[in-house]
Every structure is written in C-alpha cells, then in structure tokens.
Design a protein around this ligand. Structure first.
Ligand code: ADP
Ligand code: MG
Length: 557
C-alpha cells in the first residue's frame, strides 16, 4: 500500500515541507505559527524541551549559548558538537529536531501521521553529508525514501522535466547562509548535475550584516558620545532582526526607515534601495564571479548554451540579483516561488516514487512475482497506460492522477548522476599513496563496480585495510591529496590459509541518492568478508537507534 511521501527542504536558515494533493499539485503546509517556512534554528530551553523556528531565533537575543543555527554547514563534519546542559549534539541530531518541528506541525495541521519523506541537499554534498542528512531523518523517526539534490528539486518544481525535452538549466540558489550555483542537463531519461560551485559561507546573512553596520555607523556618527549599538548585546540583537526586515522590505520598497535604540537614545535612520545595493554590490559580484566559473566549467564539458536560468533561495528575491545576471550574462532569469520551489520539487519527486510503486504493485499482481522486481523501463507504454488507468480508477489510494499522468510520472524517471568520483587508496610501487577510482564522476545512479584487481600483500593475511576515498576537487585525480578519506576500515575474517597476492574483490555500490556501500569478497571461497568501516563523522545504525531513543525524550515545539 502506497503511502503519501512528503518533500522537505532542510535549509541552512529556513526549512519547508510540502506534499502533493490527489491531483498531483504540490502544496506547502504552514507551521504552527502560520508560516510557510520555519527558521532552522533550535533553542534548547531545558534538557527535556526544545523550541524550533521563529521563537528559537528570538531566544538567541536572550540566551545565545543555548541556540544552535547554521548546522547544515557542518553536516558530515565529525568535529562539530553543540554543547548544552552537559550534552553534546551532532549536526544530524540538531537537524533531526528541526525535522521533527516541521513534520510535527504539518502532521498536526493535516491530521494525519507523516512517515515517508524525500529530503533535499545541495548538489555538492558528498557521501558523508548525505549520510548525515539521511541520519537526521532517521533520528526524527522518518523513513527517508530519497535524498534529492536541491537544484534538481527546483527544476522538477518548475516543470522542466518532461519526456523528450532536452535542456540545460542554470540554477542560481542564494539562500540565507549559502550560495549554490549548478548547471544541470535535463535529458530524455536522466537529469545530470553537470557541475556545481558556490560558497557555503555566502548568503542573505552577509547582506543583513552590511545593513547592521550601516545602521550602527549612522547612529555613531550622530551620537559619538553614546557609543556603538553593536557593542551592546541587546541593541545588537535588535539590529539583527531589524536588518533582515529592512532587507526584505527593500525587495519591494524604495526606502526603509528604522529606529535605532541604544543607550536611552532613539535615532531614526533611513536606508534606500539604491544605497543598499551600493553597500552590498561586492557580495553580489562574488556570486557573479562564481556563476562565471561554473558556466566556464560547463562549457568545458560541452554545455555551452544555457536554455533557462532558475532563481531559487529567498535572497534571490532581491531585485538586484535578476538585474545583474541579465546585465552580465545577457540571460533572462525566472523567479518563481524561490522559498518553496525546493520543497515542492521534493514533494513531486515523492509522487514519482509513489506512482512507480503503485504501477509496479499492479503489474506484479497481474503477472505474478514481486513488485520490487518489476522494471518499469522495460514495460511497453501501452501496458503502462492500461495499468495506470486501472490504478487511477481504484479509489482510496493516495494518488488520483489520471492514468496518462500516472504513467508519465512513473516512466520519466529522474535519474541522477554521481557528482563525485569514489575509489580506494592504494600504495604504488614506490610506496606512495594513490587513489584508484572505482566509480567515476557523472556515472548514472545507481552504479556498481566490482574491482577484482586487489590482493593480499603477505601470506596468511587475516585482514585487509581499505581506505575509501571521495573526489575532493573539481576534477577527479589519482593524487592522494586531491581526495578526501571518507572511511577507513578493515575487511576481516579472510579464510585461512591464504597465499600472498590472493585476490580480494571489492564491490562499490553508489545508491540512487549518492551514498556509498562497500562490500568485500574472497573470490575462491566466495565468502563475503565483513567490512567494518568507520565513516568519519557519521553515526552508525546502532548509534542512530540509540541516539534516537534518547532524542525522543525531548519535546519539540
Ligand atoms: P536556505 O535555503 O539557505 O535556508 P532560503 O532559501 O530560505 O535559505 O533563504 C533565506 C534567506 O532569504 C534569508 O537570508 C532571508 O532573509 C532571505 N529572504 C527571504 N525573503 C526575502 C526577500 N523578500 N527579499 C530579500 N531576502 C529575502
Ligand atoms: Mg535553500
């Protein structure tokens, strides 16, 4: 029985949840405060209660040491810990609390439990960041059906994925704390991230900071004797809130008056849109430069024409963005629900998953066999539509799409490609560390590679060390330093005795969501040897289960 799948944009600064109604249209569910997006900010009020969202953002004025924000930047980073009440929290744990708020509010609003989700992440996220995102979902008690690239989600939301239409799209995503720029190629049966760039420390917050400085300096100029409001924590936090409101206001208005209150003095300060654009021009230019880089890379890979530019991320609502992109690149850009497009695209991805599941179930019921073994790409169009019509007529299901649409959703699969190369570290003849890639960048997912060229070094070796590596730079390179060690582990339980140079097979499987699975075999006994990998900074399944029961003791509101 198919279940409804929800789409969640787990953002650096704001998160959002959406589902598709029975006619397949994505709908964003407001939170308990009535807002469509929720600040990804967590306030640890006390050991058994956390508050997420706008109230947590407000709490940072009073108890900043109890408030965690921007944790997405630390996803997959084993060294990040947020310490509060004598407890340490990992980025995925804090993210799980954000998920619980967003999911809990939506379940409350809709009056139905939410179990299955698609969560989005930036295209540049590697294995560890994706595993951490998946773990955040598991820690929140969710069944994470898919981890979807944010630019891909945006493209799905914009309705760009139609069978047979080939397009190259530039997705410019300027969020609250990050800037991501991605070229994606939409092909008949796949959607490929051609290249991606950006700066994960550049976003709306930097624009806010310029406004804070502007207001503070204006105040100091007029009241040099009173001092700088930025030095007073209370006045400063007021400025933080005011700056964001001012910035948003200037997206539609020409001027914004602001009261700056400090040391018992109230001073009226005004910022015009023109002045705002002048004091933030260098920030915008940084995004332009990064866009230029990515366009050049795309060109090198054979994508020299961009058919469409999509603006996503709340900060792309600043009018200067579209204007400047038009001036520099001569391309029109489209701004369409920049705050919601990613969550909606994730919900639409959820519909595709459900549609596929319903059709596979129906076909398996007709033919016999397991639904999981039905490959929809091998089913002819007519059969698919016939089955889809039957499924559509069967009321009471989560989807009531017309048969043709159901068939379309199920058959035009969104097939992602690996955005990085994966391999193992090997020692060459001169005893230098090198990397042999087993799965290249841009390989359609899921991908598998069985490597048969490895062997034991000495006789009767009982374990083999395996260092799993991920491409770190823009292009794949066998130089050790151009890669990142994502897992260091041992193949254990090799059958004995074994001669030196006995072959050991290693299988890499890159799942559809870009996460990696590694297996080892001793081919003569065909025995699967266990591979115990300690992935740096990622909770193991046991740790997730353990931490989850702990976290579930905490109330989230
Ligand atoms: P993320 O995905 O990084 O969490 P979002 O895409 O939700 O972020 O964008 C949040 C940022 O967008 C914040 O800095 C917010 O102040 C900014 N923002 C939202 N609405 C507007 C607006 N109307 N004009 C300018 N900036 C805006
Ligand atoms: Mg975002």
């Amino acid at each position: 029985m198919a279940t409804r799948v929800y789409g969640i944009d787990l953002g650096t600064t704001y998160s959002c949840i959406s589902y598709c109604d029975e006619s397949g249209r994505p709908v964003v569910v407001p939170n308990a405060e009535g807002e469509l997006t929720t600040p990804s900010v967590v306030f640890f009020e006390n050991p058994s209660n956390v508050v997420v969202g706008v109230q947590a953002k407000n709490a940072s004025k009073v108890e900043p040491e109890r408030v965690a924000a921007f944790v997405k930047r630390s996803m997959g980073d084993g060294s990040y810990r947020f310490n509060v009440d004598g407890r340490e929290h990992t980025p995925e744990e804090i993210s799980s609390l954000v998920l619980r708020k967003v999911v809990g509010d939506a379940a409350q609003a809709l009056g139905e439990p939410i179990t299955d989700v698609v969560i989005t992440c930036p295209a540049y996220f590697g294995n560890n960041e994706r595993e951490a995102t998946r773990n955040a979902g598991k820690l929140a008690g969710l069944n994470v059906r898919h981890i979807l690239n944010e630019p891909t989600a945006a493209a799905i939301c914009y309705g760009l994925i139609n069978a047979g239409v080939e397009k190259t799209v530039l997705v410019y995503d300027l969020g609250g704390g990050t800037f991501d720029i991605t070229v994606i190629a939409i092909k008949e049966k796949s959607i490929e991230v051609v290249c991606t760039g950006g700066n994960f420390r550049l976003g709306g917050k930097d624009w806010d900071d310029r406004i804070i400085d502007y207001f503070a300096q204006a105040f100091v100029e007029r009241h040099p004797d009173i001092g700088d409001p930025r030095d007073d924590p209370y006045a400063f936090q007021e400025l933080v809130t005011a700056a964001e409101a001012c910035k948003k206001g200037l997206s539609t208005k020409d001027r914004w008056p602001q009261m700056v209150v400090h040391g018992g003095v109230r001073e009226r300060v005004e910022l015009t849109r023109e002045k705002f654009e002048e004091i933030t021009a260098d920030l915008l230019e940084q995004t332009v430069e990064l866009t230029r880089n990515v366009l050049e890379q795309a060109k090198e890979r054979g994508y020299s024409r961009i058919d469409q530019v999509l603006l996503v991320g709340g900060s792309s609502k600043m009018p200067a963005v579209a204007k400047r992109l038009g001036e520099v690149f001569g391309i029109e850009s489209q701004l369409f629900e920049p705050d919601l497009a990613v969550a909606k695209g994730a919900a639409l991805m959820g519909v595709r998953l459900v549609a596929g599941e319903l059709l596979r179930e129906a076909i398996a019921a007709d033919r016999g066999g397991q639904a999981a073994d039905v490959d929809l790409e091998q089913v002819d169009r007519k059969t698919l539509e016939d089955v889809a019509r039957k499924v559509a007529a069967d009321g009471g299901r989560v989807l009531r799409l017309p048969g043709k649409e159901l068939a379309d959703y199920a058959s035009t699969r969104v097939r992602n490609v690996s955005s990085k190369a994966f391999g193992v570290a090997i020692v060459d003849d001169r005893d230098n560390d090198k990397v042999a890639h087993l799965i290249g960048a841009n390989t359609p997912l899921p991908a598998e590679h069985l490597e048969t060229g490895f062997g034991t070094r000495v006789a009767n070796q009982v374990t083999v060390r395996l260092r799993v590596m991920e491409q770190a730079g823009e292009v794949a390179s066998s130089v050790f330093e151009d890669n990142r060690l994502i897992g260091d582990g041992e193949l254990t339980g090799l059958p004995q005795p074994l001669p030196a140079g006995a072959p050991i097979h290693v299988k890499f499987r890159l799942r559809e969501d870009g996460t990696l699975e590694v297996m080892g075999f001793e081919p003569n006994s065909k025995r699967e040897v266990t591979f115990q990998i300690k992935v740096d900074g990622i909770l193991s399944d046991e740790e997730v289960a353990e931490r989850r029961s702990d976290l579930m003791q905490i109330q989230v509101s």
